[in-house]
Design a protein around this ligand. Structure first.
Ligand SMILES: NC(=O)c1ccc[n+]([C@@H]2O[C@H](COP(=O)([O-])OP(=O)(O)OC[C@H]3O[C@@H](n4cnc5c(N)ncnc54)[C@H](OP(=O)(O)O)[C@@H]3O)[C@@H](O)[C@H]2O)c1
Length: 360
């Protein structure tokens, strides 16, 4: 039996217009839930038209748009009223638009506002927070396999690591990771003392998969970098400018699987307050160094002459890449009953969605 069912009330989704949020809305509607989709501006067609379309094609459910801003207290009172669950996939995490301290503080302010509206609702039983794998990862030897027991900030003694609270104001990555981790801890504590709802987190890694609108092609997102590769660019370079290093271990998860896991976490009896679920590769097939991803994309898109990648010499990478992060979404599969897309389907559908939008 499910903790929540479609007959208990609507499910509210923050960040409903976003890449992950839109897929959560789609999954909920497909399962027959009424959805309160929270967006910042209901009149912005570029961000909401695809949601309205989803609502029209769902036979057994309804979609209602609500306006809300995460920085405004009380902004979600109306949207959460009478809802049985809240899935909080919205976040103000634009690339390099905020200082590290603003990234850190913003995450708490946003979540405090969301939690206040949940408490006022009196009806919400489950709060699913989109955290990040960043709240899990920390320096470890190559090949270490991370799981849900890991927290960023662990193991600082052994590695004289940078993942400490003192470094939050100096580094955006640390600010983001510590914000997500400490927000998780905060919401579990609040939920426990409140007693009326349980808080559960989803910790996605490198999310790719089909985009629903051009607005999902956010600068510096993982899907954006796959698009760069498909256009023959080495992924760290845009318009001749180096954005980031080309070499990395990609640990890929499909946006549709990330969405499904959010909904299953709201429903599942196996999840309880404080449960967290990493959404990463299903197995090693979803873990690829950049040159391996390049080879896979070439296989899937033989008609594209040149796929971007990393520096190669005699068929081998010029430089070696640190073998991390390794992690698998086994807990979500085993506890939540998640079934996942193959990496081939994920990558093919990502490229095809860019093609449909005329961007490839
Ligand atoms: N994508 C990944 O690889 C990945 C990996 C790990 C974790 N995550 C986490 O997943 C969540 C969603 O990410 P995403 O990839 O779906 O990003 P996204 O496409 O940029 O979506 C972000 C959403 O947040 C909304 N938002 C921004 N500022 C807001 C504000 N002040 N008030 C209310 N809503 C606001 C946006 O609404 P507008 O449409 O109005 O701008 C948008 O719907 C984030 O918490 C992110 O940290 C993502």
């Amino acid at each position: 039996m499910s903790v929540i069912t479609k007959n208990d009330g609507a499910v509210a989704v923050t960040g409903a217009s976003g890449y992950i949020g839109s897929r959560i809305v789609e999954d909920l509607l497909n399962k027959g839930y009424d959805v309160h989709a929270c967006v910042r501006d209901v009149s912005n067609g570029k961000k909401v038209d695809h949601l309205i379309e989803l609502g029209k094609t769902a036979p057994d459910s309804s979609l209602e748009l609500f306006e809300g801003d995460l920085f405004e207290k009380g902004s979600y009172d109306k949207a959460f009223f009478d809802c049985v669950a809240v899935i909080h996939a919205g976040a103000t995490v634009g690339f390099n638009r905020e200082t590290p301290q603003e990234v850190y503080d913003g995450c708490f302010t946003e979540n405090e506002h969301v939690v206040e509206s949940i408490k006022k609702s009196g009806s919400v039983k489950r709060f699913v927070f989109t955290s990040s794998f960043a709240a899990v990862a920390h320096p470890r030897p190559e090949g270490y396999v991370f799981d849900e027991k890991d927290w960023c900030g662990d193991n600082v003694e052994a590695y004289k690591g940078a993942w400490t609270e003192e470094n939050i104001s100096k580094n955006r990555d640390i600010a983001y990771a510590m914000a997500k981790a400490n927000t998780e801890k905060m919401i579990y504590k609040i939920a426990e003392s409140d007693g009326n709802f349980e808080a559960i987190s989803i910790n996605p890694l490198h999310v790719v998969g089909p985009l629903m609108t051009e607005n999902h092609n956010q600068f510096f997102s993982w899907q954006f970098f796959v698009w760069q590769l498909l256009q023959g660019n080495n992924f760290g370079v845009l318009d001749g400018k180096q954005l980031r290093g080309d070499r990395m271990l990609w640990n890929l998860v499909d946006v549709r699987d990330v969405a499904k896991a959010h909904v299953l976490a709201a429903e599942s009896k196996n999840a309880t307050n404080g449960s967290r679920y990493i959404l990463s590769a299903t197995d090693t097939s979803g873990e690829m160094f950049t040159w391996q991803l390049q080879t896979k994309l070439q296989e899937l898109f033989p008609e594209i002459k040149e796929i971007g990648g990393e520096g190669m010499k005699n068929g081998k990478p010029e430089k070696s890449t640190y073998d991390s992060p390794r992690s698998y979404c086994l807990k979500a599969i085993n506890e939540l009953g998640l079934s996942t897309y193959s990496i081939e389907d994920t990558l093919k559908q990502t490229g095809e969605s860019y093609r449909r939008m005329g961007l490839l």
